[in-house]
Design a protein around this ligand. Structure first.
Ligand code: PMV
Length: 350
């Protein structure tokens, strides 16, 4: 019986407040703009992944997600496997006593505790967990920054799930992607009372994949260039300052305006892409009425490539924000955060 080597890890979901939308290099997943996100609590939304390898495994690498076999032949997954194997091989080449794990087939087993591909950034947690599980299996000395560079090639937003707290992704300028990595803007303890609720409007798989959507937007939207070149660079600065200053009103305003800007470029895509539906729009109205009633901005909505709303707020406003959503919608399935509470922004990714 030959040996089996194994390592496990978990990675959290991140929800962008400045969205990544557009690739300048689709092969390397290099973005047309920098982005920024909040890492959510793994108690509620996470991927758990075990990576193992053995000379006794069937020759093909394999991936099981929530019990279903996945295709690993795609360029994205292959890029992650290839990069991690190359790093392991470097260690093996310099040390004869190390087992030649880089030559063994890989078996990856992942479980999400939330709907997959429903615009809930499942690919972000998924690729972050896959890359770190294999890096742990191979005992690579890689930093979160190094791993973010690899996870980015699996799914762009995955690079941000390698860090906890408030996380940026620098678009970079190098053609090989070496400077397109994630960085921590602030740890979760810096602003620990940030909360998020997730309204799962639909758990169905999204209609237009983010890759196809981005490509069509870049090719056809006349609004896109202004967003990528002017609006987002300015908002990246405003958002980082708002986080440093713990200025929720600015954080919220920039979050909502950026979500609107991203969905405007989707509508401006030809043919148009509609990720928001009537329930999403109702959630926007509810947030507006919460803020109007409070006389200040205490809640911020944002939507990824799907209809599900994520609403950010501070813990002290739990009742006015999460409480109101709950009273309108009742104890429906689909609220992330058990006990009806918000999801905590946290540092568990580290
Ligand atoms: O990482 P991808 O290719 O699934 O793209 C994610 C894009 C958005 O979720 C819409 C925005 C973001 O920055 O996460």
């Amino acid at each position: 019986m030959s040996e089996i080597h194994r390592a496990s890890t978990t990675a959290p979901v991140n929800i962008a407040v400045i969205k990544y939308w557009g690739k300048r290099d689709p092969k390397l997943n290099l973005p047309t703009n920098s982005s920024l996100s909040v890492t959510l609590s793994q108690a509620d939304l996470r991927t758990h992944t075990t990576a193992s390898c053995s000379p006794s495994y069937p020759t093909e690498d394999s991936l099981l997600l929530n019990g279903s076999p996945q295709d690993v032949s795609g360029a994205r997954t292959q890029a992650c496997f290839r990069e991690l194997r190359a790093l392991r091989k470097q260690l093996e080449d310099g040390n004869d006593t190390l087992p030649k794990l880089s030559t063994f087939p890989l078996k990856i087993v992942s479980e999400n505790n939330f709907p997959t591909a429903a615009g809930l950034a499942s690919s972000a947690a998924g690729f972050a967990a896959l890359v770190r599980a294999i890096a742990n299996l191979y005992e690579l000395p890689s930093s979160p920054t190094d791993l973010s560079r690899i996870a980015r090639q699996g799914s762009g937003s995955a690079c941000r799930s390698l860090f906890g707290g408030y996380v940026g992704w620098e678009q970079g300028s190098a053609a090989d992607g070496s400077d397109s990595t994630a960085f921590q803007v602030a740890p979760a303890e810096h602003w620990p009372n940030m909360r998020a609720i997730v309204l799962v409007v639909s758990a169905a798989k999204k209609g237009v994949s983010s890759t196809t959507g981005m490509q069509t937007t870049v090719a056809t939207s006349s609004l896109f260039a202004a967003r990528a070149n002017e609006t987002v660079p300015r908002r990246m600065q405003e958002m980082q300052k708002a986080i440093q200053d713990k200025d929720f009103e600015t954080f919220a305003k920039v979050t909502m305006m950026d979500s609107n800007s991203f969905h405007a470029t989707c509508l401006d895509t030809y043919p148009p892409i509609f990720y928001l539906n009537d329930v999403s729009k109702a959630a926007i109205k509810i947030v507006e009425s919460i803020n109007a009633a409070a006389g200040k901005t205490i809640a911020a909505y944002t939507f990824d490539a799907g209809p599900n709303a994520v609403v950010y707020y501070l813990e002290e406003n739990e009742k006015q924000v999460a409480g109101l959503f709950k009273s309108i919608l009742g104890e429906k399935e689909g609220w992330a955060g058990q006990r009806g509470q918000g999801v905590t922004a946290n540092d568990e990714a580290r």
